[in-house]
Write a protein that binds this ligand. Structure first.
Ligand code: PMP
Length: 433
């Protein structure tokens, strides 16, 4: 039945959507999804970092059901709606800095990134935005111009939004791989070098007086689950302060506990001027947000922002319930414990499964885990993901390099983690043969 339905999907759903499996699913719970045939799959993708509390968490389901029966739509250009106000009350104390106290809600990550850029341009009266190599910020017209992780996201769609300048991202593993003496190149060296490149761009391409904002993913997602060195992130803050440029952190993928802290910027102790959130915020319901300080947000004239589904009431209720689950189930504690379990097993067992000339870099924070195979043949990471699929496990690849990413739910159990590890290791072994 699945293949017949998949054929129907292929015939009637836009071909432009790439898909990593042909599975037709109709049910999901916790760490598992079920195909229409009733086959159970271990889901290490969480819809790309969305269902952080697991699929269909009962607390979220209950909140959604109650909200749907009470108020589904309270248009923000007409009303204040209670679910949004309740959400803000719960969300604001979780922000990585107390100055981040004024919110604007949207539906998707891309829309929220665009809202951040609109705010930055309007508030600073400057227009240029600096982004980094390997970034992914979305697929809308504005965000396509900001996305540099793969050409496919922008190819053929131009001309794109002007005023975007791309800087180097301190991708240590790739930089070191291209140097004769990798030992000389530390992550901190990369951090300094990337800051130097940024200063050059500010001197040669995008004058600080024309530069509204620097936009960064504190851990790169689609670019390969790359964690920047701390000196780079703190240096960015310094450069922004020095030149009066806003720092926008896109935590669409890295936020909501994914890295073991509520937001990835907390690992670097860096204050964003604008924080962008989506995905994990509402456990699968469409919701995104930007948050900034009131003085900045107040520079936007009333009426210049809004939208029909901005901060949908049911999605807000799902987000409030998600926060409740985080508290009640100590989600961050579990994230860190399971992270430890993943990293220690992968680091001890995975290198031994690979051919001698292949190296592996196992990196990330919390349960945002990247596994990059250096010197691997093209398609190696996809071959592993295919082997995993044959073992009823959903594993995604990322970036232009041979990289797997593990994004399990943050409440994955110890036993499920053991099962995931067994299957990943078996898949790597099979692909390496
Ligand atoms: N920013 C980041 C960091 C993302 O990972 C994504 C989605 N992968 C987006 C923005 C865009 O979000 P959406 O797909 O909800 O528009």
């Amino acid at each position: 039945m699945s293949s017949k339905l998949a054929q129907f999907g292929k015939r009637h759903i836009a071909r432009g959507i790439g898909r990593s499996t042909e599975l037709v699913i109709e049910k999901a719970k916790g760490t598992y999804v079920w195909s229409v045939e009733g086959k159970k799959y271990l889901d290490l993708s969480t819809g790309i970092g969305v269902t952080n509390t697991g699929h269909c968490h009962p607390t979220v389901v209950k909140a959604v059901q109650e909200q749907a029966a009470n108020l589904t739509h309270g248009q923000v250009n007409i009303f204040f709606q209670k679910p949004m106000l309740d959400l803000i009350e719960g969300l604001q104390p979780k922000m990585p800095h107390p100055s981040l106290d004024t919110f604007f809600f949207w539906n998707s990550g891309s829309e929220a990134v665009e809202a951040a850029v609109k705010l930055a341009r309007q508030a600073t009266k400057k227009q240029n935005i600096i982004v980094f190599q390997g970034s992914y910020h979305g697929r809308t017209f504005g965000t396509m111009a900001l996305t540099t992780s793969k050409t496919i996201y922008g190819k053929g769609f131009g001309p794109l939004m002007p005023g975007v300048h791309v800087c180097a991202y301190p991708y240590f593993q790739q930089w070191a791989a291209h140097k004769a003496d990798p030992a000389k190149f530390t992550p901190e060296w990369c951090g300094e070098e990337a800051l130097h490149q940024l200063e050059l761009v500010l001197k040669t391409r995008s004058d600080p007086e024309d530069t509204a904002a620097i936009l960064i993913e504190p851990v790169q997602g689609e670019g390969g689950y790359v964690v920047p060195p701390k000196n780079f992130m703190t240096g960015l803050r310094d450069i922004c302060d020095k030149h009066n440029i806003l720092l926008i952190c896109d935590e669409v993928q890295s936020g909501f506990g994914r890295t073991g802290k509520m937001f990835a910027v907390e690992h670097f102790n860096v204050r964003p001027d604008i924080l962008v959130m989506a995905k994990g915020i509402a456990s699968g319901y469409p919701l995104s947000a930007i948050v900034s300080r009131k003085e900045l947000m107040d520079l936007q004239p009333p009426g210049s922002m809004g939208g029909t589904y901005s901060g949908n009431a049911v999605s807000c209720a799902a987000a409030k319930a998600t926060l409740q689950v985080f508290e009640e189930e100590k989600i961050l504690e579990n994230t860190n414990a399971r992270s430890e379990q993943f990293f220690s097993t992968l680091r001890s067992k995975l290198p031994g499964l690979l051919p001698k000339d292949m190296k592996v870099d196992i990196r990330g924070l919390g349960l945002m885990i990247g596994i990059e195979f250096l010197n691997a043949p093209k398609g190696f990471a996809s071959a592993i993901a295919n082997e995993a699929f044959d073992l009823d496990t959903i594993v995604l690849t990322t970036s232009i390099y041979e990289t797997l990413r593990l994004i399990p739910p943050l409440n994955i159990t110890k036993e499920e983690t053991d099962l995931a590890l067994d299957r990943i290791l078996a898949s790597v072994e099979a692909a390496a043969k």
